[in-house]
Design a protein around this ligand. Structure first.
Ligand code: DC
Length: 209
């Protein structure tokens, strides 16, 4: 079974997807981390973020791995912390915009999904990567709450700067954020992680039944 969890930055996707995958005993795939790792590599290797062909080549040469604990590695390096820097936050929507890049990533995401039970989180999973996913959820949350969550994740960066970054990212990510028509919309603003996980687990149970 594939559980597709999509939604904007700060909607709670990553935390929820990781906890849910553990609870169900499913594999966990963070597709945002794949785009982030590519942005990290492009910065390291001096590849222009506007050069879609060079980025697609880089992506093909260096598959990203993401383990059950959410650790991310690329080109032999653990980039778990490095890909969450504010500079990568700003770079990644530019990198993720190229159709050539998305083609490589989606192909890999489908291959990983085809291996069986998985929770896959991103922006276009239920609509494009895994349109046959048995459970599709689109998470949303009010802007102020999403900014508050980001502040908690990025200690040391000013809250007003993060709120502004989030607004810019929403604009840049809009083109890649494609909710599936048949996704269940879940507003996480007032919900705890456990609440959200329980609701999605209930959808999984419904599908199994
Ligand atoms: O979910 P996140 O913030 O880690 O995602 C990082 C970036 O990757 C964000 O700019 C959106 C993009 N992304 C995408 O275009 N498609 C996906 N399936 C996942 C993420």
């Amino acid at each position: 079974m594939i559980v597709a969890i999509d939604g904007p930055a700060g909607s709670g996707k990553s935390t929820v997807a990781l906890v849910l995958a553990r609870r169900l005993g499913f594999r966990y795939l963070d597709t945002g981390a794949m785009y982030r790792a590519l942005a990290w590599l492009a910065r390291r290797d001096g590849v222009e973020p506007e050069d879609g062909d060079a980025l697609a080549r880089l992506a093909r040469e260096h598959p990203v791995s993401c383990d059950a604990d959410g650790r991310v590695a690329v080109a032999g390096e653990d980039v778990t912390a490095g890909i969450r820097e504010a500079e990568i936050d700003r770079l990644v929507p530019v990198v993720a915009r190229h159709p050539q890049v998305r083609e490589v990533m989606r192909e890999r995401q489908r291959a990983l999904g085809a291996a069986g039970d998985a929770v896959i989180e991103g922006r276009d999973i239920g609509s494009v990567v895994a349109p046959d996913a048995e459970v599709k959820v689109f998470l949303v949350a009010h802007e102020a709450e999403r900014a508050r969550r980001r502040t908690a994740e990025r200690p040391g960066v000013r809250a007003d700067a993060l709120a502004e970054d989030l607004r810019t990212r929403d604009e840049r990510d809009a083109v890649n954020t494609q909710p599936a028509e048949d996704a269940v919309l879940l507003d996480t603003t007032e919900l705890t992680v456990d609440d959200v996980v329980a609701r999605i687990a209930a959808l999984v149970e419904e599908r199994r039944a």
